[in-house]
Every structure is written in structure tokens, then in C-alpha cells.
Design a protein around this ligand. Structure first.
Ligand code: FAD
Length: 224
């Protein structure tokens, strides 16, 4: 009770399987006494492009634009665009971040990747001179659905390989501890009964989520 959860959700359709997974997480975590915030990226029409518009008070160097440098300095001056400031505040307040999305081309949908690119700016999420990331003390969990079945993923390469850029390259780099991913394989090709089972499994997992240990996050976890 009292924990703060931010769910960053990337699906266009509330009636989708991802929409159902979101609804379950909001209901179950609220029932536990957590305070839950949802960033519904498509509904917000979240801007995924990292551009000059993210700096509101003029650029340090408008002749040659460098997004990393400009966003870091704008963060320090308090001059990032309003949508980014709002998202950063949600991240700052959260004990746990859940990313809920369908797998697109072995990765997260572009709108969610854009959220990562624009919200996790240097100075806020990481600082190259301070190894370990600036978001330490927080947890995150990647919850996603696939088109491919579990069997296909088992024979064509371990799905953990896909998690290396998302978890290791991104959230672990920023200091977040990572819980086991929650993967619902091929809901479109599953029977109604199997889909219900997958939704129940998510509810069950959420019930004991706060007792879970994070993954060790070593290269072996991903590529053993
Ligand atoms: P939906 O189609 O919304 O849901 C599946 C079914 O569940 C529907 O019939 C829905 O009505 C039903 N449902 C919803 N809620 C409930 C409920 N409460 N109870 C019972 N049934 C319910 N897949 C891969 O594996 N690898 C890839 O690289 C990949 N790349 C892609 C790239 C793109 C651009 C796109 C569009 C798809 C890609 N896919 C890929 C497939 C994609 O990951 C799946 O289509 C997606 O994960 C399915 O999730 P959904 O929420 O959209 O399912």
C-alpha cells in the first residue's frame, strides 16, 4: 500500500488484449492501495519525435543541432517542453514503472520508443560521469504481447535477446531494477479460454509483485 506505479501504455485500442492487461493492472494495483498513473500514449497523442521543439527557450547552438546536448542543458535550465516535464515528474514520483505494449518488429512500438528517447534525457535519467544511472531505487517491468507463439520463439531464438536493448540498453542503464518481463504470447491466435487464462495469470502475478526480486541483469541472463 502507498506505492506509486506509472504504467506507460502503448496501444491504440482500449478493447485490445493490451487494453485488457492495462485494465487489470490498474484495478489490481489500486485494490492493493497503490496509486496508479497511466500515460496512455496514443490517447495523449504523445509526440515521439526528438526535435528542437523539445527545448522551449532557444537553443544553445542553433547552427548545429545536437539533441543529447540541448536536451541535457534544457533540463538543467528547466526549459524542456511541458509534455516532457509532466512525464519526468510521473517517473520521478513512481516506485515502479510498467511498460505495456504489443511487440512491433522485435521491439517496442515507435510511440513508446519516442517516450524513452524524449523523457529519459541526460541529466534526468543518466549522467555519463556518474555510472549506475540516476533513476536508482525504482523498479520497472516490461509487459508485452507477441504475434508469434511461444514455440516459435523457442525454436527461432530466445526472446531474451530482444530484451537486451530494451532492458539493458535503456532502463538498467538509467539505474532501474528490472523485474521478470511478463510476456503474453500470441493472444490473437489463442482460444478464448487460453486468453482468459493469460489474463488471470497477470492478475495473479500482480498480487505478489512486490515480493519479487529483480533479475540479475547480467549478460548471461540475456545470452546464456
Ligand atoms: P488483440 O488483437 O487486441 O487481441 C487479441 C484477441 O484478444 C482479440 O480477439 C481481442 O478481442 C481479445 N481480447 C481482448 N480483451 C480480451 C479479454 N478481456 N478477454 C478475452 N479476449 C480478449 N509480433 C511478433 O511476435 N514479433 C514482431 O516483431 C511483431 N511485429 C509487429 C509489427 C507491427 C507493426 C504490428 C502491427 C504487429 C507486430 N507483431 C509482431 C504482432 C503483434 O505483436 C500482435 O499483433 C500483438 O502483440 C497482439 O496484441 P493486441 O493487444 O494487439 O491483440
Amino acid at each position: 500500500p502507498g506505492k506509486k506505479v506509472l504504467i506507460v501504455y502503448a496501444h491504440q485500442e482500449p478493447k485490445s488484449f493490451n487494453g485488457s492487461l492495462l485494465k487489470i493492472a490498474v484495478e489490481e494495483l489500486t485494490k492493493q492501495g497503490c496509486s496508479v498513473t497511466v500515460s496512455d500514449l496514443y490517447a495523449m497523442q504523445f509526440e515521439p519525435r526528438a526535435t528542437r521543439n523539445d527545448v522551449v527557450d532557444g537553443l544553445n547552438n542553433s547552427e548545429v543541432f545536437n539533441y543529447g546536448m540541448e536536451s541535457r542543458e534544457a533540463y538543467q535550465r528547466g526549459c524542456l517542453s511541458k509534455d516532457l516535464v509532466e512525464e519526468q515528474k510521473k517517473v520521478q514520483e513512481a516506485d515502479l514503472l510498467i511498460f505495456q505494449f504489443p511487440l512491433y518488429w522485435f521491439n517496442m512500438p515507435a510511440i513508446l520508443k519516442g517516450w524513452m528517447d524524449r523523457v529519459l534525457v541526460p541529466g534526468f535519467a543518466y549522467d555519463l560521469s556518474k555510472p549506475g544511472g540516476l533513476l536508482q531505487g525504482k523498479l520497472c517491468l516490461f509487459s508485452f504481447t507477441t504475434g508469434g507463439t511461444k514455440e516459435k520463439y523457442a525454436t527461432r531464438g530466445d526472446i531474451r535477446y530482444l530484451l537486451w536493448p530494451m532492458q539493458r540498453g535503456l532502463t538498467q542503464f538509467c539505474g532501474l531494477k528490472v523485474l521478470e518481463p511478463h510476456i503474453c504470447y500470441a493472444p490473437e491466435h489463442a482460444s478464448e479460454e487460453k486468453r482468459k487464462e493469460m489474463l488471470t495469470a497477470w492478475t495473479q502475478r500482480l498480487k505478489t509483485l512486490w515480493k519479487e526480486e529483480p533479475i540479475d541483469g547480467s549478460p548471461e541472463w540475456y545470452f546464456k
